[in-house]
Design a protein around this ligand. Sequence first.
Ligand code: GLN
Length: 269
Amino acid sequence: MNFESMKLKIGWLYPTLMSTYGDRGNVICLQHRAWERKIEAYVTHLDQNASADEFQSVDLFVGGGAQDRQQEIVMRDLRGEKAHALRQQIEAGTPGVFTCGSPQLLGHYYEPAFGQRIEGLGLFDLVSEHPGAEAPRCIGNVAFKVSAFPIAEELKAMLGTTPIVIGFENHGGRTYLGEAECFGRVMRGYGNNGEDGKEGAFYRHAIATYSHGPLLPKNPFLADWLIQTALRQKYQTSVSLAQLDDSLAMSAREAMLKRLGLTTVGNTP
Ligand code: GLN
């Protein structure tokens, strides 16, 4: 099977409510990198009007960050058949990247600064709590080593070096993992809660992270991993993507690693 006949449907979760922190960049990046390989990538908006069937037809999910109030609206909508479809898809191995507000909603619950606890989908074994409006937000550049299995090994094979993710975090909520495996280990920044050195979570092929960035343009290897995994799941065949010219992204990475005092790590995949 060649790339020309491959299609990828990217499902963007609640783009109008959950796109406060520039995570649209992840959607653009995925679509662009797929098209560069002649893979027909389309974006579908999974908003209040979307049916459960639409959730079911997606090959790759993207969910962005939001403010507490918008998260509440989303969770009132993401119930019943839609929630079931999303859960089924993730359990079946459909990949996804969920940033900040999204993973808070995919855990057991999110307790906002004001108001009631918002029940989540329980897809990830984690809980998130906002310590209150007076507590400082976790804001700033973040760098972490991907550690989750098997993505860490797969990325290492792809890059020939330890995968280091660079992002920007901005959250009030603190996340605590239960049985869920963390996505990475914090090198700089707060990560899930600023206490336990864990960043994000990883389950099946779903990435949960506090990293905006937007994440994928700053870490193009993650975008390629998502595309590759989505195609492998869909077409049941292993896919190796052609290299793209990522020199600009690499320069940006080098500059940020330097700023964070991580140049000795030598990781500029
Ligand atoms: N509202 C959440 C918090 O402050 C999520 C923020 C975000 O998505 N960046 O923790």
